[in-house]
Ligand binder design. Structure first.
Ligand code: AP5
Ligand code: ZN
Length: 214
């Protein structure tokens, strides 16, 4: 099963992608998580990516595409994968389509998690992320058991650098300009499905399972 998660920053792509990966036993590939791991480890890629991410801008396609193409060719992707945060521009989508065509494959589902901008700003301010394992929480909608400590690994949970209100606005603008056109791109490929992302998390997941099948 080859799935793309579409949606604005904070729409809940990561939250849903993790559950999809667990239910269908396929890897969850998040470009945002890959960049954050590189930043944490101080790699060259991480240093380059951070300058863009902190400003709410996209990391250039040439730093992003090869990374994903390498990842989806690994053994654990044989039965499919769920892409979260990629593609994010038309050139990225075209690179993905072309890479899969070369091996006689194509994406099967593009799931758009639809949430209006007004809801996004509230969500991001309440998000807390674990610096160690990448788990995501929300102070109201999905709180940690102990305040400020990750349920999974006990490390500190923090507000992401790019979740400050002024950066969130910039990310939304970039989303509308560069990523939203992908909705039409995948509609034309007949693989687009939209779910109402303003529902509680479990209801969003149930809607996605309704699309993908049990
Ligand atoms: P990335 O990490 O991909 O960020 P994003 O797309 O902005 O998405 P988020 O992780 O912010 O949100 P999400 O939709 O996963 O929501 P979540 O599930 O956490 O990218 C970060 C940056 O990296 C980009 O800005 C860019 O610079 C760079 N980058 C990454 N990929 C790139 C690419 N392909 N090309 C170029 N640059 C790239 O949920 C959000 C919050 O809401 C959480 O607190 C959650 O608990 C809560 N929540 C989730 N669902 C619900 C619900 N149904 N009800 C209530 N609360 C909910
Ligand atoms: Zn953790």
């Amino acid at each position: 099963m080859k799935i793309i998660m579409l949606g604005a920053p904070g729409a809940g792509k990561g939250t849903q992608a993790k559950q999809i990966a667990a239910k269908y036993s396929i890897p969850h590939i998040s470009t945002g998580d890959i960049f954050r791991a590189n930043i944490k480890n101080g790699t060259e890629l991480g240093k380059k990516a951070k300058t863009y991410m902190d400003q709410g801008q996209l990391v250039p396609d040439e730093l992003t595409c090869d990374l994903v193409m390498d990842r989806i060719q690994q053994d654990d992707c044989k039965n499919g994968f769920v892409l979260d945060g990629f593609p994010r521009t038309i050139p990225q989508a075209e690179a993905l389509t072309a890479a899969l065509e070369k091996v006689g494959q194509k994406m099967e589902y593009a799931i758009d998690v639809d949430v209006p901008d007004e809801n996004i700003v509230n969500r991001m301010g309440g998000r807390r992320a674990c610096l160690n394992c990448g788990a995501t929480y929300h102070v109201v909608f999905n709180p940690t058991k102990v305040e400020g400590k990750c349920d999974a690994c006990g490390s500190e949970t923090v507000l992401r650098d790019d979740d400050k209100p002024e950066t969130v606005q910039k990310r939304l603008t970039v989303y509308h300009e560069q990523t939203q056109p992908l909705i039409d791109y995948y509609k034309k490929q007949n693989i687009l499905h939209s779910v109402d992302g303003t529902q509680p998390m479990d209801d969003v997941f149930a809607a996605i399972v309704g699309i993908l099948g049990e």
